[in-house]
Design a protein around this ligand. Structure first.
Ligand code: ZN
Length: 94
C-alpha cells in the first residue's frame, strides 16, 4: 500500500505533449522538475491509497477529467521556467 498523488502521474503523462509546443524549452533535469513543481502547485492534489498498479487506472481517469487544467498549468509552467531557468550554467544543454 502506498499514498500516491494521482495528479503527479497525470502531469508527468502530459509533460512531453506540452513540451513539444515549446521547442526552445530547456529539458535538463532541473528545468523538467521546476516545470513539474510549478504545474503541480497550480493544480489540486488528488491523493489516494493505492495498491501497486492500481494507480495507473486512476491516473487515466484523472487525466481525462483534468485534461484541460493540466495542459494549461504545464503551459504556464513552461513559460515561467523558460523566462527564468534556475539551472546552473554548467548544467545547461544545447
Ligand atoms: Zn535547464
Amino acid at each position: 500500500m502506498q499514498l500516491v498523488n494521482c495528479m503527479e502521474a497525470a502531469v508527468a503523462a502530459h509533460f512531453s505533449e506540452v513540451a513539444q509546443r515549446f521547442p526552445g524549452a530547456c529539458l535538463c533535469p532541473r528545468c523538467r522538475l521546476d516545470v513539474m513543481a510549478l504545474a503541480l502547485n497550480a493544480l489540486p492534489p488528488r491523493y489516494v491509497v493505492s495498491e501497486e498498479g492500481e494507480v495507473y487506472a486512476r491516473t487515466e481517469q484523472l487525466g481525462q477529467q483534468y485534461n484541460a487544467d493540466i495542459t494549461i498549468a504545464l503551459t504556464h509552467a513552461f513559460t515561467q521556467v523558460m523566462a527564468a531557468p534556475r539551472h546552473q550554467k554548467d548544467e545547461e544543454e544545447g
